[in-house]
Ligand binder design. Structure first.
Ligand code: ADP
Ligand code: MG
Length: 314
């Protein structure tokens, strides 16, 4: 293609909200064989919602939600935001549980009014978060987070989590002072266009793949819903780039689509990195393409533009 053709293609992209950061990526996109999608925030809306709260201890629901939301309040993770939001609503509507102080300040800062003091907060990548509340250790995250800290997951708790996961929910476990005290179920619906785009890619001869840090059962339930057959789950943030490289081994051209900080090494490793425009700045920086409309149909648009620009006669 001539420089003029590249300029025209870049302009066509821009008009469609597809920012193309260079001629090389534009050329590689026509040859894409695999498109690897991140799950959370890319295939799904990333607007997680708490659907289930199950307490396995003496605590009542209000106390449990206060504990979990306090622990998650410093986390930027979409799961954390969903939990804090749910707890805020719970306390707002359950006025009996509000102290006078909290009610008075509910206009200004309804969250901080009932949050507990948290010490030694830390995020554990791909696992969850940990902190201390009232000098007691609090863990919120997946199985690995609990077991690696020496917390045993009783069978009835495990069964409850399995049931959530088989229904495409992410099960979040909570440990307090060494005991598994409760579980939250979180749903994150697919983007409207996700299944149509996956089908469209198939018709173009492109193989869709899903990669996620979430557990296998939830990942497979979501993949089934969207029509993806090749899934890689329980992948640590650094591992997503390795997944990209494993598909490149036989010389195949690989595109990665993602939105999170987690995804940026994979976006950089891919032949064609595509960042969701609403995603984090670090992902956008690492990518060759930015999909400004946050619509997955633009993955197809991007490949189309490249094919039309670089095919001799079509
Ligand atoms: P993804 O690749 O789907 O974006 P992440 O790597 O961010 O997933 O997280 C992997 C898993 O770790 C989540 O599915 C969840 O089980 C757990 N996790 C991570 N951060 C948190 C958090 N702040 N609160 C609860 N669980 C978390
Ligand atoms: Mg994501």
């Amino acid at each position: 293609a001539t420089p003029t053709a590249v300029m025209v293609a870049t302009g066509v992209g821009a008009n469609n909200g597809v920012l193309i950061k260079g001629g090389d990526a534009l050329e590689r996109a026509q040859k894409v064989k695999y498109v690897i999608f991140d799950k959370t925030g890319t295939l799904t809306q990333g607007k997680a919602k708490v659907t289930t709260v199950k307490v396995f201890s003496e605590m009542d629901r209000g106390e449990f939600l206060t504990l979990v939301a306090s622990a998650e309040a410093s986390s930027e993770h979409p799961l954390a935001k969903a939990i804090v939001e749910y707890a805020r609503h719970f306390h707002f509507f359950d006025e009996n549980s509000l102290t006078e102080d909290a009610q008075n300040s509910s206009k200004g800062s309804p969250v901080s009014a009932w949050l507990l003091d948290v010490a030694e907060f830390s995020a554990v990548p791909g696992r969850g978060i940990q902190c201390s509340i009232d000098r007691k250790r609090v863990l919120v995250g997946n199985r690995k987070l609990l077991t690696e800290s020496g917390v045993t997951i009783p069978t009835h708790v495990e069964n409850f989590v399995v049931d959530l996961e088989e229904n495409a929910r992410t099960g979040i476990l909570v440990a307090y002072d060494g005991d598994a005290v409760g579980v939250l179920g979180v749903a994150d619906p697919l983007k409207r266009e996700a299944a149509v785009v996956v089908e469209g890619l198939g018709k173009m001869g492109v193989i869709p793949v899903m990669v996620t840090g979430d557990n296998w059962r939830t990942a497979q339930a979501v993949a089934r819903e969207v029509g993806i057959h090749d899934v890689r789950a329980e992948v640590m943030p650094a591992g997503k780039a390795d997944v990209v490289r494993s598909f490149q081994k036989d010389g195949s051209i690989v595109a990665m689509v993602g939105d999170g900080i987690n995804d940026s090494p994979a976006l950089a490793a891919a032949d064609v990195g595509m960042a969701i425009g609403a995603g984090t700045d670090i992902a956008i920086e690492a990518a060759d393409y930015v999909l400004m409309r946050n619509n997955l149909e633009d993955v197809i648009t991007a490949i189309d533009i490249s094919r039309k620009t670089f095919s001799r006669i079509r």
